[in-house]
Design a protein around this ligand. Structure first.
Ligand code: NDP
Ligand SMILES: O=C(O)C1=N[C@H](C(=O)O)C[C@H](O)C1
Length: 244
């Protein structure tokens, strides 16, 4: 395994997991001072860098035919589709697994939101993260909004009045997303849905980075046998939920 972003919070977490696992081995540890060539020869690349870097990591991995687990945020559905299109022409394309969130609870919350979405006209997302997070909206919020927007397709669009005003958030797939970056928070997301006389709020709170551990290991172990683009931890789990 080559861990790109090895000196970061997520990179260090992944390295600890790989070192403890008998069936996994660290091939290379890359940070901002590394050449991407250092990942060559690995069976799997684990990318936890930052938007603006992750695209180059994925490009390099595809060129070298290395399966990749992408934990980095900043990937929209549109940009993932470009990778999908690129791999469509390749026979035996490596698996490129985009994982907006490695935590089971977060993945379930996003799915529950997509299931409920067609029944609500008004839907907004409020996500909060630690002050050190450089990007917004979060990758999880983008993924959740895209699932909600997709679930509304063919029906009414999500109602987002006055969305030209900055305080109304950033529209993602027609869903207003509001981002908080502050001390005292690790990661939290509320999806608030409104209909006549009622609201439904789906809240997921990350209490500890340990919530990512099982998902990271699952993705790392699945990657070598995967082919082409997969999005979301749910593609590796049998959740028994309707897909959105
Ligand atoms: N999918 C999920 O469940 C989760 C995803 N994330 C996402 O993972 C990403 C990383 O988060 P986090 O670990 O907190 O971030 P950190 O800021 O702690 O770490 C970023 C890492 O990227 C490295 N890096 C920066 N530029 C380059 C470069 N040009 N080439 C190679 N490596 C580079 C840094 O190296 P250096 O030390 O040299 O600067 C560092 O190792 C973010 O996008 C975050 O949103 C986070 C948590 C969960
Ligand atoms: O930067 C983080 O911390 C996180 N980033 C991911 C995101 O952008 O959604 C996943 C999780 O929310 C933590």
């Amino acid at each position: 395994m080559a861990v790109v972003g090895a000196t970061g919070r997520m990179g260090r977490l992944a390295l600890g997991l790989i070192e403890q696992a008998e069936d996994l081995e660290v091939h290379a540890e890359l940070d901002s001072s590394s050449s991407l060539d250092e990942m060559d020869g690995a069976d799997v690349v684990f990318d936890v860098t930052r938007p603006g870097v992750t695209e180059r990591v994925v490009d390099h991995a595809i060129e070298r035919g290395i399966a990749t687990v992408v934990g980095t945020s900043g990937w929209s559905g549109e940009r993932i589709d470009q990778v999908r299109g690129r791999l469509a022409d390749e026979e035996d394309a490596p698996g490129i697994l985009f994982m907006p969130n490695f935590s089971l609870g977060s993945v379930l919350a996003s799915r529950f939101a997509a299931i409920a979405a067609p029944y609500f006209d008004s839907i907004e997302i409020i996500e909060a993260h630690h002050a050190g997070k450089v990007d917004s909206p979060s990758g999880t919020a983008v993924r959740t909004a895209e699932l909600i927007g997709g679930a509304h397709l063919g029906g009414r669009p999500v109602s987002a009045p006055h969305s030209d005003q900055r305080a109304r958030g950033q529209l993602v797939a027609g869903v207003p997303v509001h981002s908080l970056r502050m001390d005292g928070v690790l990661a939290k997301q509320d999806v608030i849905m409104g209909a006549t006389g009622e609201t439904l709020t789906l809240t997921h709170t990350t209490q500890s980075p340990s919530s990512y551990e099982a998902g990271i290991l699952l993705a790392l172990r699945a990657a070598p046998d995967a082919r082409g683009v997969q999005v979301g931890l749910e593609t590796l789990l049998d959740l028994g939920l309707p897909t959105a």
